[in-house]
Design a binder for this molecule. Structure first.
Ligand SMILES: *Cc1c(COP(=O)(O)O)cnc(C)c1O
Length: 394
């Protein structure tokens, strides 16, 4: 069956939609129309492609992990090297796409939310490249914890606004960004950092990241003359994973596995394992799975990796989980740290702590594979940003 989602109204099965204040409905409609038009436009596509090539550094390599393959002694392991993108992770694909769209819409002001600062840095980078004003909302707690990224954003010319409400973290920064957007809809474009938020964001962000999977398909066919058997990716909001999976979704024989962060464990209360532990609910404009406490309040998430530390998940993942097209499993902090060490030693690649969640699943998967199979792991980012945390534990 053809996979053609979301629907016109922004639904992936039961999930997605537009759960926003009335005042934002026309703003989302304007965005949807501008996006559809740009995405069909050859000039937009040409400029986006050229930025991905000359600025982001695409195509990124598909590296055969020979020593890691030898270590497990089973299927061949390849790594899709998003860690080689400019700024060190996949997030820049989407930031460049959305800022380019903002320019097409003649928006003069970009706002973004950020948790650990990675999406803020990617957005500030794209804004510097285009010469557009950039304001990044960030929880006061996160500003404290992620000073280096705050300095980066400021150096890139962005204004970082500290958010003092709630838990002073990502979800509060998101609320504040939405408040700004409601107040300044005419001149402001809101750049969302993952496949979350109201329609059309989950679709739009996915499509800006589809290049990951499209390149992977060409590269594995070039190297092996066929499709892979397994695709592994870590899942926070789910943007690197969906960009990687989407071009393969109709290839029913390919097994897709998403790894979410269980933090101290799925039953510990200190977790970000949204699909393992969450229930249906609305967060930041769309219906999906989310973590909440007994009173129905959104529960702060925990993971050692800041990029997976989000109590929600993109609605398309909720759907792919629902229809069992993708299997999702939890990986805890300790497993992720062990995977950082293993990839560093075996391949000379220090992965981001987020990426390490995908790599950690190899311990479970590899013994079940055979030597004529192919596994590809999406290496979403590099680990330099995590050296402080990594050094503390290893
Ligand atoms: C932000 C981030 C993630 C998590 O975000 P997704 O939207 O789930 O991809 C994963 N890896 C890295 C390196 C990140 O910076």
């Amino acid at each position: 069956m053809k996979y053609d989602l979301p629907t016109k109204t922004g639904y992936f099965g039961k999930f997605g939609g537009k759960f926003v204040p009335e005042i934002l409905i026309p703003v989302l409609e304007e965005l949807e129309e501008a996006y559809e038009q740009a995405w069909q436009d050859e000039a937009f596509q040409a400029e986006f492609k050229s930025l991905l090539k000359e600025y982001v550094g695409r195509p990124t390599e598909l590296t055969f992990a020979n020593r890691l393959t030898e270590y497990y002694g089973k299927a061949k392991i390849y790594l899709k090297r998003e860690d080689l993108c400019h700024t060190g992770a996949h997030k820049i694909n989407n930031a460049v796409g959305q800022v380019l769209l903002a320019r097409c819409m003649n928006k003069e002001r970009i706002i973004a939310e950020t948790g650990a600062g990675q999406h803020g840095v990617a957005t500030a980078t794209a804004c510097a490249k285009f010469g557009i004003k950039c304001i990044v909302y960030m929880g006061a707690e996160d500003i404290e914890r992620q000073k280096l990224n705050v300095d980066r954003m400021q150096l890139l010319g962005a204004e970082v606004r500290s958010v003092e409400s709630g838990s002073k973290t990502l979800k509060d920064a998101t609320n504040e960004a939405i408040r700004d957007w409601v107040t300044n809809p005419e001149d402001t474009f809101y750049v969302i950092g993952s496949v979350v938020g109201p329609h059309p964001y989950p679709m739009m962000v996915r499509n800006f990241h589809r290049v990951i999977g499209m390149e992977t398909r060409d590269q594995i066919h070039e190297a092996e003359g066929r499709n892979p058997d397994y695709l592994l990716a870590c899942v926070g909001g789910g943007s690197n994973a969906i960009g990687f999976y989407h071009p393969f979704i109709e290839d029913k024989d390919i097994k897709m596995i998403g790894l979410e962060a269980s933090g101290h464990g799925i039953d510990s209360g200190k977790t970000a394992a949204t699909l393992s532990r969450g229930t249906h609910g609305v967060l930041h404009g769309s219906l999906s799975f989310l973590l909440h406490n007994e009173e129905g309040q959104v529960q702060p998430a925990h993971s050692i990796s800041a990029g997976l530390d989000y109590p929600g998940i993109g609605p398309e993942h909720a759907h792919l989980f629902d229809i069992k097209r993708v299997q999702y499993y939890p990986i805890d902090d300790k497993q992720a740290l062990a995977a950082v060490k293993l990839l560093s030693e075996k391949e000379g690649i220090i992965p981001a702590l987020e990426t390490a969640h995908a790599l950690a699943y190899l311990d479970t998967l590899m013994p079940k594979t055979s030597s004529d199979e192919i596994v590809i792991v999406n290496c979403s980012g590099r680990g330099d940003k995590d050296m402080g945390t990594i050094s503390k534990y290893i």
